[in-house]
Design a protein around this ligand. Structure first.
Ligand SMILES: Cc1cc2nc3c(=O)[nH]c(=O)nc-3n(C[C@H](O)[C@H](O)[C@H](O)COP(=O)(O)O)c2cc1C
Length: 356
């Protein structure tokens, strides 16, 4: 099994993509370090400037400045290796963030949590690569067909995010029951997506790498996905439990402390199910005690504060900062297997042991 992989001219010595994690969980420290050690580090574009002094008075300016600052810092840490950015389609500022990321010089944009149908148009004439995040063969087919028909463009890579992933999920609630999860192991979803990609590889005359993620925790999980035909894996939760992760110590400790019984499916104001660590804040949300009185951040297109059960922007900013009275921690289905905080380098070595 090969350890290296590439996305066009971007080369990686380890088949590991660190999934973008917002708000503020994967910024320059985590992403830069992952890229430094041969993987692909990915920042999250959601409210990147949340801890900038001018965020309260001018969030747009703070976010834009943070997108540039974190790019430069990540590149410096990574010794100029490739750096990606994750921009959720559900964000109100999605189009502008994509344009800003291209202008800043990010090597690749990952876009999910919605269908990134216009991504080729938004990135046209740029060197920035584009990779949709999909959760099924059906959505892979839809995006491939749409991009080809409208833009004669094929993706530079595709991320398949299975139902065990952390954060927002592209699955219906009924597909997330323990019984259904047992039937939808990530490696089993890979061949169907490869089938959809193949005709487009023939059309463009290049390989379109498939990156599979969701619940990958051990070297054996990684090898299983590669054996099923993935070129690389995408990992989120395990990277939270690293010294270099940009989240607070309390956020990382919550990831390490989580037991199977703590991991639950929640409904996000983005209208998608998500997976998170149970806490009192989430209980209060269910009891209707956290309904927002206004919309201070305007982060998600489809969110209406009058009907939203809580303000996800404020909750995630609080969570990152370690205020788990007023926020919470997204996590993958196997977060209970994470037992310690380690370094990015040690984690990447552990995950790639026994690869050639
Ligand atoms: C704390 C946290 C925040 C996340 N934020 C985002 C995000 O902003 N955008 C996104 O597309 N995916 C997000 N994800 C999903 C990750 O990028 C990744 O695909 C997923 O965590 C993989 O599953 P794993 O955690 O089991 O490894 C998040 C995941 C976690 C754990």
């Amino acid at each position: 099994m090969k350890t290296q992989f590439n996305i066009g001219n971007l080369e990686f010595s380890k088949p590991i993509v660190q999934g973008g994690m917002g708000i503020g969980i994967s910024l320059s420290s985590l992403a830069g370090t992952v890229s430094k050690f041969g993987g692909l580090g990915v920042l999250s574009a959601v409210e990147m400037g949340a801890d900038y002094p001018n965020y309260q008075t001018n969030p747009k300016a703070a976010n834009r400045q943070a997108m540039t600052d974190h790019f430069k810092q990540a590149k410096a840490i990574a010794g100029n290796r490739p750096i990606g950015i994750n921009i959720m389609v559900a964000l109100t500022a999605y189009e502008q963030l994509v344009k800003d990321a291209v202008q800043t010089g990010y090597d690749i944009i990952f876009a999910g949590a919605g269908l990134p149908l216009t991504l080729p148009e938004l990135t046209r004439h740029s060197l920035t690569k584009i990779a949709p995040i999909i959760s099924s063969k059906r959505v892979a087919k839809l995006i491939l067909k749409h991009w080809w028909r409208h833009y004669q463009v094929a993706p530079d890579a595709i991320v398949l995010e299975g139902p065990l992933a952390g954060g927002h999920l592209g699955f219906k609630n009924e597909d997330l029951s323990p019984e259904r999860l047992a039937q939808q192991a990530l490696p089993a979803l890979i061949p169907g997506v490869l089938e959809e990609i193949k005709p487009y590889e023939d059309l463009v005359g290049r390989h379109i790498p498939l990156i599979a993620g969701g619940g990958i925790t051990t070297a054996a999980d990684l090898r299983e996905s590669l054996a099923a035909g993935a070129d690389a894996v995408q990992i989120g939760s395990r990277f939270v439990a690293t010294t270099e992760c940009d989240a607070s110590q309390a956020f990382k400790d919550a990831m390490v402390a989580a037991t199977k019984a703590d991991i639950e499916i929640i409904v996000s104001p983005a209208g998608l199910p998500g997976r998170a660590i149970h806490n009192r804040f989430l209980e209060e949300v269910k009891a209707g005690l956290r309904q927002p009185q206004n919309c201070p951040i305007n982060c998600i297109k489809s969110c209406d504060y009058k009907t939203a059960p809580y303000c996800i922007g404020l909750a995630l900013i609080a969570g990152k900062a370690g205020d788990l009275e007023n926020g919470y921690v997204f996590c993958g289905a196997n977060a209970d297997k994470i037992t310690q905080i380690t370094t990015v380098e040690a984690l990447m070595d552990e995950l790639t042991q026994e690869l050639d």
